[in-house]
Design a protein around this ligand. Structure first.
Ligand SMILES: [Zn+2]
Ligand SMILES: [Zn+2]
Length: 270
């Protein structure tokens, strides 16, 4: 009798352990969820680095040169031309284009980009807007940019200069000579990463420390309407099974980030 009671109690515990949290997860995770210190192993998925990734004083430090590890027409005439230049593939056009491919005058250049990102990202009621320039780092070291081509100027025209992997270089500095080196970046889904990993894979981190995932989740396409104003939500992911706030790239605007950072951004220097 006593043993069967023990068995009954332990079975109940097991059932609670196995199924107890699955239903309530989505509702109970919100801005009050305690911050998670992201383990170094997860940051090490960022492979396009120029030095070891380190965590110190509450920040993770990630240094990259911003040069993509995939081919691009924007390597034309650069020191990587022989190995990384490829003509734009008009047979398999970039799905985001609204017209024909328009090679911009900038070419990929090697940079020295240093990201200092909070290791325990947390919600901030300030919700700082993203600036022009890098707003985060993707796994191959190429920076993410926001949804604008200039101050509040949409990507309407710029989009046709994105290569087959959805990136393009900007001038090195305002007023730089046409044809001079530039800062390569992604405003939208980095196709190289989602093709090599998967459409629901971890793609990088924004400056506030929250991870960015691809345009699918649970076998379904994520659209902006399913996300909050900052372009994310809190759910379990492969890397964070207990749930974490995360952004998604989507096929519709604003693509990576919405109206600012969900948390407090770190800094980037280049
Ligand atoms: Zn751009
Ligand atoms: Zn998600």
């Amino acid at each position: 009798m006593k043993n069967s009671f023990k068995f009954f109690i332990s079975s109940i515990c097991l059932i609670v352990l196995l199924f107890g949290c699955s239903d309530s997860e989505e509702e109970t995770l919100n801005e009050n969820t305690p911050a998670i210190a992201i383990p170094l192993e997860i940051y090490k998925k960022v492979y396009g680095v120029t030095s070891d990734i380190t965590i110190s004083g509450g920040f993770v430090y990630i240094n990259t040169n911003g040069v993509p590890d995939h081919k691009s027409p924007y390597f034309q005439g650069t020191k990587w031309h022989d190995t990384l230049y490829e003509e734009y593939d008009a047979v398999n056009p970039n799905v985001f284009h609204t017209g024909t491919f328009n090679l911009n005058p900038n070419r990929v250049s090697e940079l020295s980009i240093s990201f200092k990102i909070p290791n325990s990202p947390a919600y901030s009621s300030v919700n700082s807007p993203t600036a022009m320039g890098p707003i985060g780092v993707s796994l191959n070291g190429v920076p993410f940019y926001n949804q604008y081509a200039g101050m509040n100027e949409p990507l309407t025209r710029e989009v046709n200069s994105f290569d087959n992997y959805n990136g393009h270089p900007a001038p090195l500095s305002p007023g730089a000579e046409n044809g001079s080196g530039g800062r390569y970046h992604y405003h939208m889904e980095p196709f190289w990463l989602t093709t090599n990993a998967s459409k629901d894979a971890l793609l990088g981190f924004l400056l506030d420390g929250f991870p960015v995932y691809g345009p699918e989740e649970g076998g379904k396409t994520v659209t902006s309407s399913a996300l909050d104003a900052y372009h994310g939500h809190t759910l379990a992911t492969k890397e964070f099974p207990s749930g974490i706030y995360h952004y998604h790239t989507t096929g519709d605007a604003p693509y990576i980030n919405g109206s600012g950072y969900y948390g407090s951004p770190g800094t980037v220097s280049q």
